[in-house]
Design a protein around this ligand. Sequence first.
Ligand SMILES: Nc1nc2c(ncn2[C@@H]2O[C@H](COP(=O)(O)OP(=O)(O)OP(=O)(O)O)[C@@H](O)[C@H]2O)c(=O)[nH]1
Ligand SMILES: [Mg+2]
Length: 392
Amino acid sequence: MKFVVIGFGQCGGRIADEFAHLGKRAKSQRGIEIITGAFAVNTDTADLSGLYHIKSDYHHRILIGGRKTGGHGVGKINERGAEIARDDGDKILEAVRTVPRFFESDAFLLISSSGGGTGSGAIPIVTQRLKERYVDKPIYNLIILPFEHEETTEERTIYNTAVCLKSVDSVADAIFLVDNQRFVKKDSSLKNNLDLINALIAEPFYNLLCAGEEKKRKHIGAKTLDAGDILQTLTGWSVIGYGKSPLSLIRFPLEQKRNFRKKSTETYKGIHAMDEAVSQLSLKCNPMDAGRALYLLSAPAREMNMDLIKDLGDYLRDITSADTIIRSGDYPRERGILDVTVILSELKDVEKIRRYYEKSTELIHDMKRRQGAIEDKLKGIEEASKDIPSLL
Ligand SMILES: Nc1nc2c(ncn2[C@@H]2O[C@H](COP(=O)(O)OP(=O)(O)OP(=O)(O)O)[C@@H](O)[C@H]2O)c(=O)[nH]1
Ligand SMILES: [Mg+2]
């Protein structure tokens, strides 16, 4: 599957840069193309210059609102991010048109944080513009939710997140949700290592995008998971997870005979990877709420068999609801590891989103109350000065 990737704001730009990196990796290591174009859009010049893999010309690192912000961002004001994207949206659409073999691309992936101003304001606007222009191409969003500490110290974070989620929900074909806080819980040393978090966010997409693009027979599985399966699975709120089990690289001749013990070890390793993928989904959710799901098993060809794929399917069937539509595939590629990628999509309920909406509604009432109190006080001063002459 081939994506055109566009990142908005600092967070979105950096993660789009990771996808550009994945694209280069797929080309150099596997000779296939998975990212047809990668762009970063920002109101901040410095953020654009800090990227590594996205081409450095102004068609790929696109500065918007330069005149309004002086190239220094919008300071978390998402309304300004949205307004600038409305004014400068043409720049982005023009750039997309330059993507070589654009019409071979299967979908757009637009990426942003929800808590900042530029990305969270711009992503719904540009999603809508692209949707109107390219009616037949799905537009997916990847939205990064804030760390917990940001929610408590900066109330704009919650407000921006709620507004961004509500807005993208009405325009994007599917929205991958990624919770920054999940990475800190896994490993507290990650807190200050955004580069590593970004690599972990992008990694699950690697095999997923590569599997359907393979041309060499030996890398085509018994059941290929191609763009069609992914397009059919992705809709609405979605999460992605990735897990792996190491395999011993040294193999003894006797082991090559498939025996019962070997099979159960394979199954164990497969289930272990699947279990890790599900427990490390990009956002905590209840798999029972997923209307659609898919899993991809990647491993050396000799480590895979139909039983293992079926066992993994049974595992996913057990934790999802009876009417969840599950798609699957195998990808004989990896060396030394067996890994599993899982997507849960069409989630009917996501507790965290609901909480953002509730907290933000309270906040809006609070903000109105505070604004009212300020206006009352200002009126008091004005009243007291009414008999004083002014020099203006
Ligand atoms: N995972 C990840 N999160 C990031 C990164 N950079 C910023 N964030 C998160 O993104 C949110 C802030 O949004 P930014 O992307 O910095 O904001 P912006 O879109 O550039 O908007 P303004 O700077 O307000 O104009 C916070 O929740 C950060 O924790 C990153 O590289 N990776
Ligand atoms: Mg910024």
